[in-house]
Design a protein around this ligand. Structure first.
Ligand SMILES: [Zn+2]
Ligand SMILES: [Zn+2]
Length: 400
């Protein structure tokens, strides 16, 4: 159980020097800043290389030369964002301790500097900011859910998570179809974007051949359904295979041996998700001779069942988070929220502070993504700092 309570943290770490708590690998604060920076430059670019690779794969389209250059520029910027956030933790702590606080405290050690360093999100262009905020809000939901589970209020099962995903997908796809009519669309990163609602009307169609005039696609329905399913099945399998092979690239035989049939599960989820969705929308269009955004409700719900092939807590919550994102963007556009308020950036800062605080103080319920993220971006420095914290608390009699 790696749970640092306020009581034990304050008792064990309050009087520490920053060199024993924040940068245990070196005594001097300036050295700590430069070594941390070097680690984060390496880690951040490594991390974003993976992020951009996956994003390009998920588009399912080849990039033109201009797009490649564009993506590379964005990659460089994202890297600066990552390394700023990662390296500033040590520096801010050293500065705070010298200028404002003479002692470390539970909230001022991680929560405060990591909330402040979130301002670096301004380095990302606005549309990427939206996606990063979406990701972090989703991680906060996951963190809360895990906390509820640890306190015994909720039990995680694959069935329950699938149900949450089905309900979320149902509403999310409905809103996405409405959002398609919007001229100022909010950027959404999802497995696939449903086509806009077709305006064509025609007679109901029987059988399985051809397409209904109302269908929101060209070509025969069966083609449309299977092409989508096969494409995403491939993407899912490829992602899973890369995820397995990349860490083992140094030992190719081991990498190949580690591939199993179970790696098809992600493909089954992706392929099934789009396949069932398209199937239901086409069936309804064919039966009624007209298209409607409402078809997304049953189609999204049933398609969500494919999630059972590869369940995970963060993805089960993702449709709900993205639904909130669409609702927020509508509130902005309708003027309910003034456009010049930096709500998104503030939200990012708060989420980042909370999640990084959770990483250090409540490791057991912290989303795995955050643990991996901090490990990768800081090239293991985050884990060294964490180990020093835990050692201090253990030495003073905590955790027994
Ligand atoms: Zn220092
Ligand atoms: Zn169709």
């Amino acid at each position: 159980m790696v749970e640092a309570s306020k009581f034990w943290f304050d008792k064990a770490c309050r009087a520490c020097e920053c060199s024993t708590l924040i940068h245990p690998w070196t005594y001097k604060c300036t050295d700590a800043t430069t070594t941390m920076l070097a680690s984060c430059i390496k880690g951040s670019y490594k991390f974003y290389a993976m992020v951009y690779l996956i994003q390009i794969l998920m588009r399912g389209k080849k990039l033109s030369k201009e797009q490649m250059i564009q993506q590379f520029k964005l990659y460089l910027k994202s890297g600066i964002f990552g390394l700023t956030v990662g390296s500033s933790f040590v520096t801010l702590n050293c500065i705070f301790r010298k200028l404002f606080f003479s002692q470390f405290s539970y909230y001022a050690t991680v929560l405060l500097p990591c909330t402040i360093s979130g301002v670096a999100v301004y380095l990302e262009p606005p549309y990427r900011r939206v996606l990063v905020v979406n990701l972090f809000v989703n991680l906060v939901f996951e963190y809360w859910l895990r906390t509820l589970e640890a306190k015994g209020f909720w039990r995680r099962t694959a069935g329950r998570e699938t149900l949450i995903f089905m309900l979320g997908s149902s509403i999310f796809f409905y809103l996405m179809r409405l959002e398609r009519e919007n001229t100022k669309r909010t950027p959404l990163f999802w497995f696939f974007t449903p086509p806009r609602v077709s305006k064509e009307v025609g007679e109901p169609v029987k059988g399985v051949d051809g397409r209904s005039p109302a269908c929101p696609h060209s070509g025969p329905c069966l083609n449309y359904i299977f092409r989508g399913a096969a494409q995403l099945f491939g993407v899912g399998c490829l992602m899973n295979i890369l995820r397995t092979i990349i860490p083992r690239l140094l030992t190719p035989t081991k990498a190949l041996k580690s591939l199993r049939l179970s790696h098809l599960k992600l493909g089954l989820f992706f392929g099934g998700y789009i396949g069932i969705y398209r199937l239901i929308v086409c069936l309804l269009c064919r039966a009624n001779g007209r298209d409607s955004a409402l078809y997304a409700l049953p189609a999204g719900f049933l398609a969500g069942a494919a999630f059972r092939a590869s369940p995970s807590t963060p993805i089960s919550l993702a449709p709900i988070t993205s639904t909130l994102q669409i609702l927020f963007s509508w509130a902005y556009q309708k003027g309910h929220i003034p456009e010049n308020w930096p709500l998104m950036e503030i939200l990012y800062c708060l989420c980042q502070g909370l999640l990084f605080h959770a990483r250090v103080m409540h490791e057991d319920v912290c989303p795995k993504y955050i643990i991996n993220l901090m490990h990768t971006v800081t090239s293991n420095k985050a884990d060294e700092i964490q180990a020093a914290f835990i050692q201090k608390i253990r030495a003073s009699g905590g955790f027994n």
